[in-house]
Design a protein around this ligand. Structure first.
Ligand SMILES: *Cc1c(COP(=O)(O)O)cnc(C)c1O
Length: 365
């Protein structure tokens, strides 16, 4: 059997090859390549999909995050609460603006532990950044209550969880800004870099539209010092094709993960859990094992590629050495970094590939 990769973006392309190719040609022949009718249509369709009033297309998920804090006026001297076990981009979205990340430990679902937030709130706390990690919606009821009680802004990092819900409500719509990435490996992936925000606030949406295009509302009249974070027509057009099929793509991943949950059986391996009231769109299927490194090597030797999301938590990365945090500062976060493993999962994964992953893991000694 051919080696099984952790992800196969080519399979996702071939599933709708004709539609992607037709759209790409249409855009190439249109003569209009940045911020045009494809971007506008995608923004309308994605806002409707999420159930938000506005969507603003951007160049990446990181841009969505840092521009969110910029637009909300959060910067030097301010603190933002974020979970310790996230992808480092979440933290960079905070620190690019000069604000300080204050890390909180995750719960058993790999998301922000709402019961540990309050003790970290100070006079400087301005916002909570919730990351819906691996595809599962976070525990939003207590988090939104805390934001109300302490008058904090709420930003959601939805880069891994397009379409996930908490108590029936789509993530990205709980707070001030929902930040999305459409990096090719995400569940709603483009064919290059792309991102967006959603919001129900007219002013925030307007601020993003101005900021992404050098701070200009009207060509060559610049209101603020902005940036270039424009979404291009090709990515927006291809995203529209994928968005139209997102329901069936999510359903396919759900079926694969239900098989994993049903058929993976090993005493030394913990399977992911889903919180009551939350849905999981399975960006990653993350298992945990005290023998993680041996398991990784064993799977590799048996033709199965895996990835660790993420081996070094942001607070221990070289980039954030200046925060002065030491090993042991976030024991649960650090424990996850040593035990998590993402097994192969992608649209277009064959039954034989799933069988091989399940049988091989179950036979691990
Ligand atoms: C991918 C990702 C981002 C960043 O998105 P880019 O489009 O790569 O800039 C931010 N946060 C999380 C949790 C992500 O997974």
């Amino acid at each position: 059997m051919e080696r099984i990769s952790p992800n196969r973006l080519d399979r996702g392309f071939f599933q709708y090859q004709e539609e992607f190719e037709a759209k790409a040609l249409e855009v190439l022949r249109s003569g209009w390549y940045v911020l045009g009718k494809e971007v506008k249509s995608f923004e309308e369709e994605f806002a409707a999909y999420v159930g938000a009033k506005h969507c603003v297309g951007l160049a990446s998920g990181l841009d969505a995050l840092w521009i969110a804090f910029r637009v909300l006026g959060i910067g030097a001297g301010d603190e933002v609460i974020v979970q310790g076990n996230t992808y480092i981009a979440s933290v960079m979205g905070i620190t690019i603006n000069g604000a300080t990340p204050v890390f909180v430990e995750p719960d058993e679902y790999f998301n922000l532990d709402a019961s540990k937030i309050e003790e970290k709130i100070t006079e400087r706390t301005k916002a909570i950044l919730v990351v819906h990690l691996y595809g599962q919606a976070s525990n939003m009821a207590p988090i939104t209550a805390l934001c109300k009680k302490y008058h904090l802004r709420l930003v959601e990092d939805c880069a891994q969880a397009h379409g996930a819900t908490f108590q029936g409500k789509q993530i990205g719509t709980f707070g001030d800004v929902g930040c999305f990435s459409f990096y090719p490996s995400k569940n709603l992936g483009a064919f290059g870099d792309a991102g967006a925000i959603v919001t129900n606030d007219d002013q925030i949406a307007e601020d993003f539209r101005v900021f992404r295009n050098y701070g200009s509302e009207k060509r060559y009249y610049n209101k603020v010092v902005g940036t270039n974070s424009r979404l291009d027509e090709l990515q927006a057009g291809l995203l529209r094709v994928r968005l139209a099929h997102l329901g069936e793509l999510a359903e396919e991943k759900r079926r694969i993960c239900e098989r994993y949950l049903r058929e993976l059986k090993h005493e030394e391996i913990a399977l992911p859990k889903i919180r009551e009231g939350a849905t999981h769109i399975w960006h990653q299927f993350v298992i945990r094992s005290a023998q993680r490194d041996e398991l990784l090597r064993y799977l590799d030797e048996n033709g199965i590629g895996t990835i660790i999301h993420y081996p070094i938590p942001p607070h221990l990365s070289e980039a954030y050495r200046y925060l002065g945090m030491k090993e042991g500062a976030l024991p649960i976060t650090e424990e996850y970094a040593k035990t998590v493993l993402s097994i192969p999962l992608y649209n277009g994964m064959t039954k034989e590939e799933q069988d091989h992953v399940i049988e091989t893991i179950n036979a691990f000694k």
